[in-house]
Design a protein around this ligand. Structure first.
Ligand SMILES: [Zn+2]
Length: 154
């Protein structure tokens, strides 16, 4: 599996995730002087992204699942908090712009890239029988995928 050449969508997803993780780690360092709780949260988020990055590179289906949906969720969460922060006037525009470019956009890009057909193939998520892409695993860890169309498990 490691010898396969990753498609462009996987490169895009990995680089976007790397950018987002770096920004997360940067924010963690910035908030470390003000609050300990914030630091732990941001470092945890950065660590999770690092783990996802590793899993995507290895072609782990669980990483695909989380990489596809967690990133979309986080992107929306950050976007909402940015809009709220600007609405209330407490958030400087410059910080909002950095968060938008460094977190919201790359996280969304990761999710979109992982939804590309070439990414689906990279994670071996296309049913060998009927070619339907699977988005759900047979078990919690997604070691095996189950086809929603024909019920095939692989
Ligand atoms: Zn099938």
């Amino acid at each position: 599996m490691a010898s396969r050449k990753a498609p462009r969508s996987i490169h895009v997803a990995s680089l976007s995730l790397l950018l987002a993780a770096s920004v997360q780690a940067g924010v963690a360092l910035l908030v470390s002087s003000t609050s300990k709780v914030g630091f732990a949260q941001w470092i945890f988020a950065a660590a999770v992204m690092g783990l996802l990055l590793w899993g995507i590179g290895r072609g782990y289906r669980l990483a695909w699942l989380w990489g596809r949906y967690l990133t979309l969720f986080l992107s929306a969460m950050v976007l909402v908090s940015l809009v709220l922060g600007l609405w209330k006037g407490g958030l400087p525009w410059r910080v909002a712009a950095v968060m938008l470019a460094g977190l919201v956009l790359p996280l969304a890009a990761t999710s979109i890239a992982l939804g590309r057909p070439s990414a689906v193939d990279w994670f071996d998520l296309r049913c060998p029988k009927c070619r339907t892409p699977a988005s759900r695993g047979k078990d919690f860890l997604f070691r095996q995928a189950r086809c929603v169309s024909c019920g095939n498990v692989w």
